[in-house]
Every structure is written in C-alpha cells, then in structure tokens.
Design a protein. Sequence first.
Length: 460
Amino acid sequence: MRYAFTLALVVYLALAGGKVCAEPVADGDAAFERGDYQQALALLQGPAERGDAVAELDMGLLYFGGNAVPQDRHEAARWFLMAAHQGQKGALANAGIVYITGTGVPRSLVQAYMWFSLASDADSGGAAKYRDHAAAEMTPDDIARATKLALQCKNSGYKKCGSYQCLDGPLGRTFGGSSWQVFACDDGRSLAFVAAPGAPPAPFDFTLSYSNDGTSSAITFGGTRDVASAARDEVAALTEPQRSALYSAALDASPPPGGYGIVGDAAAAAYPPAELTARAPGQVILTCERDGVGKPHDCRITSEMPAGHGFGAAALKLMSEAAPEGDMQLGQRQALPFRFLFQPDPPTITPDVLHPSRPTPYIAHVPTAEESTFATRGMPLSGPGGAKVDCWIGVTGQLTDCRLLSETPPGSGWGALELKMLPLDRFGLFTKEGFPAAGMKITIDTSPNTGAAPSQPPAD
C-alpha cells in the first residue's frame, strides 16, 4: 500500500497491487518499500522515462513526498497520470485523488469520479468510497457524464479518457527562430504551443502528444504552416528529459492562485451556457491593443481551447466591457495577449477585466548558480552592496531595456552586475491577476538602504 494525498483529514492509501515488475524496476520498487529513496530514484527514473507504469507510479510518490527529489505536487500528478493512462491500479486511484483535491491539476469532479470508478473496477481498495465523496458534490448529469467517460476510457485501454485541457502556463520559449507560448496539458505529458502575438507564425498553434513509449505526434490547426514547421520539427526532436523539463517549466509558469477572477452570478452570466451546464473548462487567448492607460481594444482571438464552444465569443464580450487597468506604465501602444481561463466549479473567469486591480508580476525563473557564475565571471566587485534598476518586461517574460538608477556604494561594480544578471530572470507572461505582463515597467532595488540584506558577490 502507498500513502497518497490527504483528503478530508483522511489519509487515502492508494493500492499499487497487481504489479508485475521487470528488473531493475522490481529492485527499485523494493528499495522504495524499504525507504531507500535514493536507490529507488537511481533504479526507477530511467524506466519511468521509458514508460514503465510501476516506475512512473513510484516516481510520482517520490515527488509527492519530497523523497530523494524536491517536493513537487505538479510533477507528482504528472507521473501518476502517465501511469494511470496505462491502467496501473495504484495510479488510477491517485489520479482520482489529484483531481478531487485539485493537487497539481485543475480540480475536476468529473475526472475524479471517472478515475475512482476505474480504480474500483480494477479492485484498488477504497476507491469506491472516494468516488462517493466526489458524487456527493456532483449533479446527476455530471455523474452520467463521468460514468460514460469511464467506460470510454476503459474500452480504449485507458487512452481515451476525456479530452484533456492544456491550461497550465504559458511559458515563453523560442523554437524554429520564432516566439511561442507553451502550455502543459492535464494528461501529465502533452504540450500545446501557441504562436506569440506578433510572431511570424501567428495565428498558429499545435499540440504535441506523447504515447507511453515516448513517440510523438503533432496535431496542427491552421496558420502559416511553412513558418511554423521549423518550430514543430524542433519540438518533435526533444528528448524525453527535455520534454519533461519543458512540461515542468510550463506548470511553474502558471500564475499563482490569487482569487482574482470574476465569480458568482457575473461569471455564470458570462460563461457559455452549454459549457457551464456540461461543467466544461476552457481557455482563450486574445490579442488586444492596449494604450498608455491600460485600456484594451481591437481584440481578436489567437487561440481557443476547445474551439467552437463559445469561449472565444465570451472572452471578446468581456473585453468589450473591460475597464482600464489603471496605474500602468507602458512605453507605447502594444499588441499584447490576454489569457482567459473559464473554470466551472464554481464558475470563475480569470482575469477580472471588469474590476481590474494593480497588476502584480512575478518571477517564473531565476538563474541557476551555474548561470550566475558564468554571467558574472571576471566582474570586479568591491564588498557587499546593491543597485536600483528599472526594466521593461518583454513578450517572452525576459527583462529588456534595463537602466541603472543608482548604485550602493557608488563605483562598487554592483550596478554593472545587476544589469548583467537581470536579463537571466524570466517573469511570468501574465501577472498574478491574469493580466499580460509584457509592456510593464518594473523597478528592482537591491540597495542596502531598502531594508533588504545587502547582496554578496557570487562564489567563484
């Protein structure tokens, strides 16, 4: 038995029974059982990346518990779902847990009920009880839909388990010489790529889905295919560790939850009626002009997932009613992306363009120690100190046009250091409130007189 997630103050034991393990997976699984997590990681990581279901389950448990790896619930959910799509008993139950709790994936009672039903059918002990927990919050139509999905999933060999959503992200990256926004899908493996506004391939997007043996297939939708093909080919050539790292980075790039969306009756009124009835989530990216006071206008749909279900029209209507964002610092009129997330339980639409607050950008990536050391190699510094710098956030989240405002102590070299280091940071493409961060001007102050600890020279 394996401990998974805490649910309603009850620890659920997800069974990993019925396992047939090949070497070295059997040895790695045994190492996990006796608590030798470093040995388990060494033996299981390779087979998991090659699609072994038992190894994938154990990798999820390692990441969930933070054993031999940094604790990461997103990564845990990803491994559980990959194993669940192979019908692994313990993973079926854990997939239900991550969906009913919204741990590492968007909360979905329909998906939770489906996975718990499949786990119960596979004789994963206790799953039926947790399916009933989900049912208590669901409508009869939701239960009927989840039951139908469970049958479809089982009959397809756990491959067709409902249309997955690609809502986590976006992560700004360059592929094929053009800028793309990368989103992680909730099957734990697939990635969606949307051309950044203004990039040569726009409007164009494609989804790269992966089978359990690591092969890939691209599904394309419109746009300038000859320009986008270079990006698609580069993405298809990524190795499994590179794809995994890209998936994790896209998860990390999602704005932290902040409760800033449109809720209640206002959200229900703006939601596409049929999709609200079906409890279906959606995502839309609009490209809008935005002037110096933050008023969006001339919006157009760049991406809509799922397409043709009314989410794009709903987002356009909300933008036509949007208030100025206020207190914005924009260098000029800009064509920028607005990402709308529609979540049905309870109805919530992000961002709240009707009542905007001061946007709060956040750092999605900081340079590693190796990157910092390489970038600052040979730069002379005179003791501890800091600097005050202002920068613009670019369309990929990188800081551009940084300007030194002050340096403490003067002539110490800290100003030059900050100007060299800041372009290595990457901000989220959207603020915590869901507004586009591109075009925002920010000030970063590491001077000792700010009250923060003085910066120290990086170790050689």
